[in-house]
Design a protein around this ligand. Structure first.
Ligand code: FEO
Length: 184
């Protein structure tokens, strides 16, 4: 008896997502190493922590495939892209990675909707919410860098930004969580 509750297409797209999350973990590891080599220990720490989050995302998708009786396939992952040119480039590329990942999540949602696979549709909603948070986290990085002076940031403001990011929370307050009693 076949107990796999995932269609072939859903299983394939979820396995592709496992690979994407693993690739994101590697990309952020490489950005962390690059930041450390430039003397930004706090920013390096930020990317290393975030790399761990991407790995957790990978595990979450794997666990779902297994729970539904599917088979996880671990594929080769691409090498991370070249080192960023500077912090602005690093944060902009990070934002683009997150936007691309959001697009991939939406493709899962679209397919689950087309197939009326409501379990996968429901599962993917966690990632839809998570991507709002992930994108916001990087938007905040870009805002902080802009306030520090962007490409003309002084060493002192970059020092303070680095210190701040080394200690920054991994989650951001979101508008959807806000209420009259708790605006943030
Ligand atoms: Fe797994 Fe940054 O999204």
């Amino acid at each position: 008896m076949d107990t796999n509750r995932l269609s072939k297409k859903i299983e394939d797209i979820l396995n592709a997502q496992v690979t994407k999350e693993a690739e994101a973990a590697q990309i952020y590891l490489s950005y962390g190493c690059w930041a450390d080599s430039k003397g930004y220990g706090g920013i390096a720490n930020y990317f290393f922590r975030h790399s761990g989050e991407e790995r957790n995302h990978m595990m979450k998708v794997m666990q779902y495939i297994m729970e539904r009786g599917g088979e996880v396939k671990i594929s080769a992952i691409k090498a991370p892209p070249k080192s960023p040119k500077n912090l602005q480039d690093c944060f902009e590329k990070t934002f683009q990675h997150e936007v691309d990942n959001t697009t991939a999540i939406y493709e899962i949602v679209n397919l689950a909707h087309d197939e009326k696979d409501w379990a996968t549709y429901n599962f993917a909603q966690w990632f839809v919410k998570e991507q709002i948070e992930e994108e916001k986290l990087v938007m905040d990085l870009l805002d902080k860098l802009k306030i520090a002076g962007g490409p003309k940031a002084s060493d002192e403001s970059l020092f303070n930004l680095d210190k701040y990011l080394g200690e920054a929370p991994d989650e951001v307050p979101l508008a959807r969580e806000a209420s009259v009693d708790k605006p943030e």
